[in-house]
Write a protein that binds this ligand. Structure first.
Ligand code: 8Y7
Length: 283
């Protein structure tokens, strides 16, 4: 492996993510109450089939989540979260060739799913729960740190920023420093602006527009905007009619250098990414 390659290859448990190009991460909710697919995939076999379809459509990561971040969602105990997530992590690891990302803030879930084959910890709370920094460090897995203020239940209560992009960057830099203090090196970190988390429409649009400023932190960016209310608000579309708006944002994020796009609509987003790659690799 050349030194240039080693800069772009991120070990994720038993698999490797090549950060030289943009990847599509498929969303797999195993919460009975997640807002856009209504918990249809809460059964293990249905979840596995959905994961399989996303992999066949070109997803290189699957993000498995067992605790809804929807405002007003019922709190889930660590045991309940683990009982939702562990079986599907184990099955995906056994049956599919894909990197398993675990959407969790819960230390016990980080430790146990790492043992079962997870390759990435995706924590919308950026390892701020008690014990999460140590648990993530102990797994040795890469971590996605996402910007959010407050908790999902109160984050939309009048969020305020002077300069949203600058403040998001400062927050992420501080979380990277916390990670360094427990032995999670920068090389193992992915950063996420946290679209829709403690942000108004104008905050989300401005942050999206100026996303490139976050490249100064030196780490790959993950962007999650699929079906989110920023699309609904900008276009006046209900959740079932946000695909085209989401694909526009996926294309824009990819052009702005985002390396992972977290989406529900994998096949459509993979075409966007491949089309951009075809143009960018031309003479
Ligand atoms: C994001 C996320 C959600 C996101 C990362 C939804 C779990 C809400 N959004 N994780 N999770 N980034 N890293 O609408 O934007 O999918 S849940």
């Amino acid at each position: 492996m050349t030194s240039v390659q080693s800069l772009t290859r991120l070990p994720c448990g038993n698999r490797v993510l090549d950060l030289a190009h943009t990847h599509v991460m498929g969303i797999l909710n195993v919460t009975p109450d997640s807002f856009s697919d209504g918990g249809r995939y809460s059964q293990l076999d249905a979840a596995l089939r959905h994961a399989e379809a996303m992999v066949a459509a070109g997803a290189t990561l699957i993000d498995v989540g067992g605790e809804s971040t929807r405002p007003g969602a019922r709190a889930v105990s660590p045991l309940e979260e683990l009982e939702r997530v562990a079986p599907i992590v184990e099955r995906i690891n056994r049956e599919l060739d894909v990197i398993i990302s675990v959407d969790t803030s819960t230390p016990a879930v980080m430790r146990e799913t790492a043992r079962l084959g997870a390759g990435l910890i995706n924590d919308v709370r950026s390892l701020r729960r008690d014990g999460a920094l140590d648990a993530a460090a102990a797994t040795g897995l890469p971590v996605c740190l996402m910007h959010m203020l407050g908790e999902p239940g109160d984050m939309q209560d009048n969020p305020q920023y002077h300069d949203v992009t600058k403040e998001v960057g400062e927050f992420l830099a501080e979380r990277m420093a916390q990670c360094a203090s427990v032995g999670i090196p920068a090389e193992r970190i992915i950063l996420d602006p946290g679209f829709g988390f403690a942000k108004t429409l104008q905050h989300n649009l401005s942050l999206f527009k100026h996303m490139e400023a976050l490249h100064a932190l030196g780490r790959p960016l993950l962007v999650g905007v699929s079906r989110k209310s920023m699309i609904g608000q900008a276009l006046s579309r209900p959740v079932g009619e946000r695909l085209y708006g989401g694909l526009a944002l996926a294309a824009l994020a990819s052009v702005k250098g985002a390396r992972i796009l977290r989406v529900h609509d994998v096949a459509e987003t993979v075409d966007v990414v491949r089309m951009i790659a075809a143009v960018e690799s031309a003479e």
